[in-house]
Design a protein around this ligand. Structure first.
Ligand code: F7E
Length: 327
């Protein structure tokens, strides 16, 4: 039985990846942080097969202990402080967890492998936020990185550290440069879920207004369930490498609003949507669009869920969830 350790098991990607690996017959371990973590029950009920181990990406000795217990063949580092807007307010903490945390887990993985570095494969969740002020459109693996947030800077550190471990120690270490990926499991602080939840609540008469920041930002949005499959495929290759994972399509926040409101039969959303500088960022990433040709050619990966289907799926899920909650 192949064994895998997932950090960030409580997030949308952690849950989808755990389900995928369980379906492939893996024994899965998940790293869970803190005392009485509020997401503990969610993981238990979604993927009961997973063994949860307590640890924190900032605590190397704890990570060494967890690796010793899990004895993984594959380590997926999905754990991070992942909310970009928060990273300006908590830059040092974001650097410790999202940046140095990568060094901690990859070094603990190297120590666990001991003399046989081929014993374990490592996946790092890199991000399109590393492209920031984009130097090329579309962005590919070789595009110059120009992060525009403390989160992006921390991700760049983790990305290069992963490449370094591959080159310095011959570790099978891969970095997936994932563009935005969403799902009904997305946290409500992120814009797609904020929109889908609010639109559902507006339809049900539970809310009047949706207040957002920059409506002109553009993102390459895919479905998280498709993206975890790319992660797994990377670790099945003969050697580690870096891959852009994206749909190759970009859409603005306005277009996301068009699709979401259309789902509830509203064509003109302007009376329902306000803007507040509170949700604007000190620096914005304006145009993200990924070129995933390498992932297509080498991994045989293609996204299945398109933009409209994704947003519609999220709104429909929130209509069900919100009407259950309001009963
Ligand atoms: O923002 C704009 C905002 O917070 C998307 C993370 O998974 O993907 C995610 O990062 C855009 C930005 O995601 C609101 O200014 C407008 O331009 O949903 P988001 P993100 O920052 O792109 C990358 C790949 C990651 O790696 C990250 O971990 O939407 N926007 N109005 C808003 N955003 C939010 N959150 N809330 C608003 O009211």
């Amino acid at each position: 039985m192949t064994r895998a350790l997932i950090t960030g098991i409580t997030g949308q990607d952690g849950l989808y990846l755990a389900e995928l690996l369980v379906s492939k017959g893996y024994e899965v371990f998940g790293l869970i942080r803190g005392q009485n973590n509020p997401k503990y029950d969610l993981v238990r009920t979604t993927v009961p097969e997973v063994t949860l181990l307590t640890g924190d990406l900032t605590d190397v000795s704890g990570l060494v202990r967890v690796l010793g217990i899990a004895q993984p063949d594959e380590v997926y580092n999905l754990g991070a402080i992942s909310y970009v807007a928060y990273s300006w307010e908590n830059a040092a903490l974001t650097s410790d967890v999202t940046g140095k945390g990568v060094l901690n887990i990859i070094e603990a993985t190297r120590l666990y492998a001991g003399d046989d570095i081929s014993k374990v494969r490592f996946y790092q969740a890199s991000s399109s936020e590393m492209f920031g002020k984009v130097q090329e459109v579309p962005q590919r693996e070789s595009t110059l990185l120009w992060p525009r947030s403390p989160y992006g800077v921390a991700k760049v550190f983790g990305h290069y550290m992963t490449i370094n471990y591959r080159e310095s120690y011959g570790m099978h270490a891969s970095s997936g440069i994932l563009f935005n990926h969403e799902s009904p499991r997305r946290g409500p602080e992120f814009v797609t879920r904020k929109i889908s939840q609010s639109v559902a609540r507006i339809k049900l008469g539970l809310q009047d207004q949706l207040v957002l920041g920059n409506l002109d930002a553009k993102r390459d949005w895919g479905f998280a369930g498709d993206y975890v499959d790319a992660m797994w495929r990377m670790l099945q290759q003969p050697v580690g490498d870096d891959y852009v994972v994206a749909t190759g399509e970009t859409h603005s926040i306005r277009e996301a609003l068009d699709v979401a409101f259309r789902t509830i039969g509203v064509d003109d959303w302007s009376p329902y949507v306000g803007q507040d500088p509170r949700f604007m960022r000190p620096a914005e990433v304006d145009l993200l669009i990924g070129d995933a040709s390498k992932a297509h050619d080498v991994l045989g990966w293609t996204p299945r869920v398109g933009f409209e289907e994704l947003i519609t799926m999220m709104v429909e899920n929130d209509l069900r969830e919100q009407s259950d909650l309001s009963r």
